[in-house]
Design a protein around this ligand. Sequence first.
Ligand SMILES: *Cc1c(COP(=O)(O)O)cnc(C)c1O
Length: 374
Amino acid sequence: MKLEMVDLRNQYKKVKTEIDQAILSVIENANFINGEQVSIFSNNLSTYLDNSNVIPCANGTDALQIAMMALNLNPGDEVIVPAFTYVATAEVLGLLQLRPVLVDVDPKTFNISTDSIKQALSSKTKAIVPVHLFGQCADMEEILNFAKENHLYVIEDTAQAIGAIYKFQDGRTRKAGTLGDIGCTSFFPSKNLGCYGDGGSLYTHNSQLATIIRMICNHGQVKKYVHKYIGVNSRLDTIQAAILNIKLKYLDEYNNARLLAADEYDKLLSGVHGIEIPFRSINTTHVFHQYTIKVKNNKRDNLKSFLEKQGVPAMIYYPIPLNKQEAYNNICRIPSNLSITEELCNEVLSLPMHSELTQDQIEFITNQIKSFFN
Ligand SMILES: *Cc1c(COP(=O)(O)O)cnc(C)c1O
């Protein structure tokens, strides 16, 4: 049985005709930069998210950097980020001479812990970056309330949670990335909405911020050859936008296929001693960017190599927390211990998860896991 963490080839086969046509049409029109597919995509995504301003850019890391640039922060200002995340979340802060304040995460959801955020507040704190890790939203209602009380910006890193829906206590719902001041996402091929190369986007309800973000993406330009800000050159290629216009139509279908696969994994793994299946929060849907189990009793690395020998790929997201990365040694503030993050780095294991997983594949994978523990 041939297994992959993410099966993009079989996903492509199902929409090949549409995708091939869309790519060809961009090439035939030679509209490679800022072609009409880019604005069509930004409108389509805006409708999907119910968010008025969608600004595409070159990748998810750029989206985070541009968001930070748009807020007009000063060197030394502090931004609270989870220690258990992909490096990009903190990297852009370092580049802008902002100070990442690393806080711990919740042991069940893997998302930034609201208590740790509260403990980390200082007079220099300007923003919080909740990362909706592995596909479900962080505890946004509490985070937004705390941010409001303390005049902090909230920048959502929603690279792993596009399409997830957050539910407030009063029943209102909003899509991930549209809850805070700015949402940032990535269309890296393996993300839930992936293009065929690099891509990213920012979202905001605030039209003033949107105007600034648009300018920053385009060299800080107000109009041609007039530069109000120091910006960057960060664009979504027309070919990628054309691909995304097609894949966006199927995003809910893809996310639903992931959810069904996760349900099946849960069912087959729930009795297995020595592992914990993913926890699902009640105030958010889960789009299962990753299906991540915890492996107890220091058995994670052995299970991973056992699975690999059986032809089952498995990945560790993330093996080393930000506080143990050399590049971040001197620039971060760490107000309290990061014991949950460090424990998770030793316990997490992500299993194959994508829109094309079959029942047979899931049975094979879970049977291998069971045989390891027997
Ligand atoms: C993928 C990812 C990014 C970066 O996206 P790129 O498009 O690869 O730059 C940022 N944050 C998180 C949490 C991610 O998973």
